[in-house]
Write a protein that binds this ligand. Sequence first.
Ligand SMILES: *Cc1c(COP(=O)(O)O)cnc(C)c1O
Length: 401
Amino acid sequence: MAQYSSNTGNENWQTATSLVHCGTIRSQFGEMSEAIFLTSGYAYDSAEQAEARFKGDTEGFVYSRYSNPTVAMFEQRMCALEGAEAARGTATGMAAVTATLLSFLKAGDHVVAGRVLFGSILYVMENILPRLGIETTLVDGKDLDAWRAAIRPNTKACFLETPTNPSLELVDVKGVCEIAREASALSIIDNVFATPILQKPLQLGADIVIYSATKHIDGQGRCLGGIVLSSQEFIEETLHDFFKHTGPSMSPFNAWVMLKGLETLPLRVAHSSASAARVADFLAERPEVARVMYPGRADHPQHELAKRQMASGGPLVAFEIKGGKAAAFRFMNGLEIFKITNNLGDSKSLVTHPATTTHQRLGPEGRAQIGITDGMLRLSIGLEDPIDLLADIDQALALAG
Ligand SMILES: *Cc1c(COP(=O)(O)O)cnc(C)c1O
């Protein structure tokens, strides 16, 4: 007999409805806002109940390293959003990435990944996996033939992120997932930049979807968190034991912040994406700007692919300012509303200079290989009124030019 019941929603519900109601576990007090179950352990009614729960004969919580009611609410609400059978919330996005990979890879296996990766994921691919005897090949993610050519008999996973950070290039999710399936490898998509609202990797054929919930899912820059979503089979039979015994677990407090974040996610992503499209169009008209990279614009080299796999251009904009690093720094220092940071997905609009921060470690050749120039800037568009954001960019460009 189940120890609790959660709102499993209705398959006819639209996304916004699911994100307000799905996953809610209401206690005997009938609280309206979901409770924060800030507890590490659980008391059993009897020795027999403890025995049964450890044997797995009865459902219920055992220890918050494995599962917790507030974390379970977040996981179930994310499953409803993603169309996934099961999920595990994690302490950070990187915990989600490493737990996923290490839960099934072993020495002698091989992984293919798109070359443009979030910095720490690149470190895992280039340093940590090879140290464990797991070989990795990084390919030009845009080129499906390069993915195909990199497959070997021992390839066990294809990993990609799209749009990529910071250049907002796209990878054909459906194409790579098909190549992975033919090779009997798992396809793993880091869907942070597109957000779970605008791109649905499981519908495009992916086996596993990963988020850093730190970004748009929280959406207000408060907590770290992550999540892995997949089939019941992968989560329960492959990920679970690794997860349970190594402990990349999510804190119940952070899970609650993310859970409440999901209630407003569609509104926030729609607002930020609409503003981002206006910012991209505004930048494209400016003489100080050499190039705008935004998947929602017709001049993006992969705009057709964007229309196939994304519902809109998304909340991030990249552009190249004329005059290199000096002009980029003058622009950043001149901004009043945008904050200078390496983070993204906040309610506050943010600006990042990848060459000197997130991608500094790559060195000039490494950056050149993936198209990161000294004049490239990445904007994460927040929830301010776009009129004020355009005015801020306008005055900062005047200072930079
Ligand atoms: C931030 C981020 C991560 C890592 O997430 P953390 O929560 O910071 O550990 C992974 N992938 C992408 C694309 C990210 O933006």
